[in-house]
Design a protein around this ligand. Sequence first.
Ligand code: ADE
Ligand code: ZN
Length: 338
Amino acid sequence: MDIKALPKVELHLHLDCSLSYNVVNAIDPTITEAQYQEEFIAPAKCHNLADFLTRAPKGIELMQTPEQLKLVVRDLFKQLAADHVLYAELRFAPLQHLEKGLTPEEVVHYTEAATAQAVRETGIEARLILCTLRHYTEAQSMETVRLVEQFKDTHVTGFDIAADEAGFPIAAHVNAFEYARQHGLFCTAHAGEAKGPSSVWETLAYFGPSRIGHGVRSIEDPQLVAHLKKHQIHLEVCPTCNVQIDLYDTYAQHPVDKLYRAGVALNLNTDARTIVNVSLSEEYQKMQQTFGWDIADFYATNRQALLAAFIPNQLKQDLLFQLQKRYHALAPQQIPAQ
Ligand code: ADE
Ligand code: ZN
């Protein structure tokens, strides 16, 4: 199986944590490759999520002007093309890009325009998710969710909460997710990564997302696993990232395969291509090597990703059709024709 050539759907991907050395060098030629390795990429083992996240500001610093935002979006689409990504959702926190005087609205405008152009040029379908951050105030969270509403007829499609789950409670963000619900906005939320099942329960109860970013510690509570299945809550799983933040010692100990076999809807993602230092194809290779996933498993999880994607139904049907056609062409014995 040529893993690289498999069509892929990536739902959990931080734009600001996914800069290749090429784009870093184009924006700031004084940064050497050695510095990039040292400062932008986290070691294969971090102490925890907070330690991992200390690398994020390096990329964000380089994404403060319209031109820089455009370069970073184009760079990420090149990486998506190399991984044969069919559809991607890219996320970032607009309020982190105001250091050179852009307004939050301008940040979203320029990033959205760059995404629209990259979609046209590459043929890769994509949407943007705007993130609030755990350490933000209620006002910052509300400002972020209002941007999702303001840009909802563009490539901006949903709302997320990221950053340090273990370090900050949910209280400041409940109203923002309530606003999202009232306005019919798609929502996902990071949970069950730096904290256990109680954090996933709390997130489901107070934020009401249709997907969970990570959510892998749900495996520790069989009732929660049953709940995820019953309510078709999709998990955006990023195994290498979870091993890196030392949630699991090794890839083999990661519960992704158990969750999948238990019938929880999920798909594979990189989370942060720079900090994690992984491509989506490499993530798939590890799944094949560690858990023996074959083309039918990759098809099934990509199909689940599209079913959970934050897109209108007609586009979803078109992409599901393309996915099946392309997997069938690669493995006619295993993947049925339409
Ligand atoms: N931002 C980038 N990667 C993240 C992760 N794995 N968890 C929370 N916030 C993040
Ligand atoms: Zn994430």
